[in-house]
Design a protein. Structure first.
Length: 266
């Protein structure tokens, strides 16, 4: 064979082999890429903390299995009107609204907090009403007489959604004082993720990833805001919110569910 032809053949063979190798590498890389894209993100189990959250100082307030740490307001036990079911704390609706259930009543976590962020999820029943209290005190007959409340509500069917001023009784709002804006609560049957941050009087309500309420306690503006609400007629000292208190969940006579309750001291 002509030496020139032999050399050309060998060079051509080398090029073709290299192309096949590069093509295979490219195909393998694409296959790996597809595998990575198809692999679902790891889901965090309900009512647990990730290692990152633990390292960041978060603490669970509900283990998903027992009412440990929770008790009735001004009671030494967890009331029968509430139950632990399917990884949730469930307030059993009485069908009597504010008249409530004699076996129920509001519940609190049995530890006071001062500067903190509390995070949880809630789901309301059709036409339902409830709330999340913070900086609450024991003494009066109801925790709402001492504590600010983040409203939990079916905005579509409960009458409270149309009462108050400018929607300040809708979900996420500082009840009867400051409306949640934007109003981004999810419909009945869906879970809403919320956070409440309290730090030296500054308070922020976050609902479904968005800050919807911001205010500052103990200021002239705060006192003026409270004076224009329904609270002074119900409790003249309502504006004097404590600097430290309990986190509470409201029994308003309707079915409501809470889960993934955790807190971080600031």
């Amino acid at each position: 064979m002509n030496p020139k032809i032999l050399i050309f053949s060998l060079v051509l063979l080398s090029i073709l082999t290299g192309c096949k190798s590069d093509s295979k590498k490219s195909t393998d890389a694409k296959t790996e890429e597809v595998k990575e894209e198809a692999m679902p993100a790891t889901e965090v189990a309900m009512n647990t903390l990730t290692q990152s959250e633990i390292d960041d100082g978060w603490v669970l307030l509900f283990d998903g299995k027992t009412p440990e740490g929770w008790r009735g307001y001004k009671k030494d036990h967890f009331p029968n009107g509430w139950q632990i079911v399917d990884g949730t704390i469930h307030c059993i609706g009485s069908g009597r609204g504010e008249a409530g259930n004699k076996e129920g009543g509001d519940i609190i976590y049995d530890k006071e907090f001062q500067n903190f962020t509390v995070s949880l999820e809630w789901k309301i029943s059709e036409g339902g009403n409830s709330g999340i209290f913070y900086l609450g005190q024991e003494g009066p007959d109801f925790i709402w007489k001492t504590a600010p409340e983040m409203q939990v509500l079916d905005n579509e069917k409960h009458p409270d959604a149309k009462l108050g001023k400018d929607g300040n009784r809708q979900a996420g709002s500082l009840y009867d004082l400051i409306p949640a804006k934007p109003q981004n609560a999810k419909p009945v049957g869906e879970w809403n993720q919320v956070e409440i941050t309290v730090y030296k009087g500054t308070v922020v309500h976050k609902q479904n990833g968005v800050n919807v309420v911001e205010y500052h306690l103990w200021t002239p503006e705060w006192n003026e805001l409270v004076a224009g609400s329904k609270f002074p007629s119900l409790n003249k000292d309502w504006a004097d919110v404590a600097t430290k208190g309990y986190v509470g969940l409201q029994d308003h006579g309707d079915d409501v569910w809470f889960r993934n309750i955790k807190i971080k001291n600031l």
